[in-house]
Design a protein around this ligand. Structure first.
Ligand code: NAG
Ligand code: NAG
Ligand code: NAG
Ligand code: NAG
Ligand code: NAG
Ligand code: NAG
Ligand code: NAG
Ligand code: NAG
Length: 219
């Protein structure tokens, strides 16, 4: 619920904190929500250290963050929603989200991500939705799903993926929805996602049904 009263905290009024840019945060009193989008933030570490420990929803959309140093979130273990869409992330390091043990939704839409380390999502044991729409992903390791035991929805639309497969390791037994709209998908091994209920595959010009493996029929 959005309260009408917003408290504005100016972290950098005329030289107070020594950043080279303006950084304002808005608290939604009593909700644990924090909004700091569109503030020209480039250095995540500087900003996160100023955010209260009990924040549950953090919106850092439309900033200029290009790297997430592992360990960044150690004091924000109560975060449930994290929006880092429309930043300048080009790759995700191993352990980039470690510490976010109750995070439910991670929005990484509209960055420039072309590489995800196979342990980038380690520790996201409650994550339900992972949004990676509009990035530059050409490959994604199915091993990332091993870090996401309750994942339900992954949006990989508008990337340049060619295939999704898992072999002996990786895949997800909880994933229900997979969006792959507008990629270059030629092959998916659906056996990797036995709980899948919905898949979006439009605008994949190289898609060929003959290469799909259907999920195993029970019994
Ligand atoms: C978070 O902690 C601050 C004090 O540090 C308190 O004023 C605020 O009400 C707390 N918010 C929530 C949602 O518990
Ligand atoms: C962010 O700022 C900290 C100092 O507050 C500095 O140690 C770190 O190198 C900076 N990170 C980047 C990516 O510039
Ligand atoms: C974050 O803010 C942007 C606008 O800057 C908005 O489009 C987006 O929906 C917000 N995200 C959340 C989770 O509220
Ligand atoms: C994710 O980010 C995009 C781009 O900022 C925004 O349009 C969308 O509403 C966000 N979705 C959620 C669920 O936060
Ligand atoms: C992934 O990150 C870990 C550190 O967290 C590092 O040891 C490993 O080499 C990285 N893997 C790749 C393929 O870059
Ligand atoms: C996106 O990342 C690539 C490296 O993978 C880099 O060359 C390019 O400048 C980045 N583009 C933007 C808009 O940040
Ligand atoms: C498809 O995934 C299943 C389950 O992980 C695996 O056993 C099988 O080898 C995969 N098939 C192909 C063609 O990759
Ligand atoms: C995908 O299809 C286009 C024609 O629509 C073709 O030019 C291209 O070589 C194909 N790419 C792959 C990886 O099969």
């Amino acid at each position: 619920m959005v309260r009408t009263a917003l408290f504005l905290l100016l972290l950098n009024t005329s030289g107070c904190c020594g950043f080279g840019f303006k950084s304002c945060f808005m608290f939604y009193p009593g909700t644990g929500n924090m909004w700091s989008s569109n503030q020209n933030i480039a250095n995540l570490t500087d900003v996160l250290s100023k955010i209260p420990d009990n924040t549950t929803k953090l919106n850092m959309s439309k900033n200029k963050i290009n790297v997430i140093p592992p360990g960044s979130w150690s004091h924000l273990s109560g975060l449930k929603y994290l929006d880092m869409s429309q930043n300048k992330l080009a790759y995700l390091k191993g352990g980039a989200f470690r510490g976010l043990g109750v995070l439910k939704l991670l929005n990484l839409t509209r960055n420039n991500i072309s590489h995800i380390n196979s342990s980038s999502f380690d520790g996201l044991s409650m994550l339900q939705s992972l949004l990676l729409n509009r990035n530059k992903l050409g490959t994604i390791s199915p091993v990332i799903f091993n870090s996401l035991p309750v994942i339900q929805h992954v949006d990989l639309s508008n990337n340049i993926l060619q295939s999704l497969s898992c072999g002996d390791s990786g895949g997800s037994s909880t994933l229900q929805r997979l969006d792959l709209f507008s990629n270059s998908i030629r092959m998916i091994n659906l056996s990797c996602f036995p709980a899948l209920q919905h898949i979006t595959l439009s605008f994949n010009p190289n898609w060929s049904y003959s290469l799909t493996c259907l999920p195993p029929t029970p019994g």
